[in-house]
Ligand binder design. Sequence first.
Ligand code: F6R
Length: 366
Amino acid sequence: ELGKFRHYMQKEIFEQPQALANTLELIAGGGGISPQHFGARAGEVFEGVRRVLVLACGTSYHAGLVARYWIEAIAKLPVTVEIASEYRYRESVPDPDTLVVVISQSGETADTLAALKHAKSLGMARTLAICNVPESAIVRETALRFITRAGPEIGVASTKAFTTQLAAFALLTLALAKINGRLPAADEERHLAALRHLPVAVQKVLELEPEIEKWAQRFAGKEHALFLGRGSHWPIAMEGALKLKEISYIHAEAYAAGELKHGPLALVDKDMPVIAVSPHDQLLEKLKSNLQEVRARGGELYVFADAGSEIPESEGVHILHMPEHYGMLSPVLHVIPLQLLSYHAALVKGTDVDKPRNLAKSVTVE
Ligand code: F6R
């Protein structure tokens, strides 16, 4: 079943172009953005939604954090993203005009299911599941559903489920924007074109694997790593850190780059590699000054940049240039090299990539 791949994780990373194409099939060809992507009743459920609450765990939670940037910027709805295990036990203030979105690869995560039931018990009936398993417990509990078509994910570390969750959230963002009259036809066309191009764009990033493999060699000997990102790439930094921790057992932390000075900079020295997710967007200049702060303390920098980022390679500064600049979908593209980096670091360390110690694929107990 593994074919030319050594592990399921590697196979699943490379399946992402197809997984995304399948998930986005609804808009292939001439299909436009429609609430119907989320179920027959979606028009009615979305109508009058005034805010969005996303509940999830782990990698799925990170997908929700990216979605917050998209939905607030494009659909202009306030978004809260909460870890399911916190939400379920917290006294919160319910609002029936909230769209509750639960995200789960497996659809069986105990905390996410309980958080959903908790939200419903508080009178929030507008519920949507974004899930990779059609007949799962979570999907049976929601008014609406969007099934990602990543195919079975076997490696414990989630990869293709994550990028297809992001694709689902991109569609949701645009559907909510359309319903709220915030998606002019020209914008819709532009977003649709970018989404249709996504599988090809991901494919091109996957071709950078040999370069990332070289980085992983240098990396694998380290005990700690710091991941930095800004805006919608901060959750991508978090996802990169989670992947590295779980399969290579290297301690990694992610920070919003602006927080560097407020504490973590104290950790930076020559033994602390810093990975920066650095797309060419309006935050690039700010990120560049954070990177200088790291260099000034002797920290080795690994920068994932895209077209137009123009950060020069220099002593202690390694740059991986991705071929395009992806606009809104940039987080989807930037997570790919981070997945590959953890995978190859784990290979060098010889850990059990598909079944990391202490972890289960589906967490059906609290
Ligand atoms: C990390 C990972 C976990 C899951 C989390 C939620 O690689 O796989 O953090 O994302 O356990 O699982 P689902 O999405 O099945 O609810």
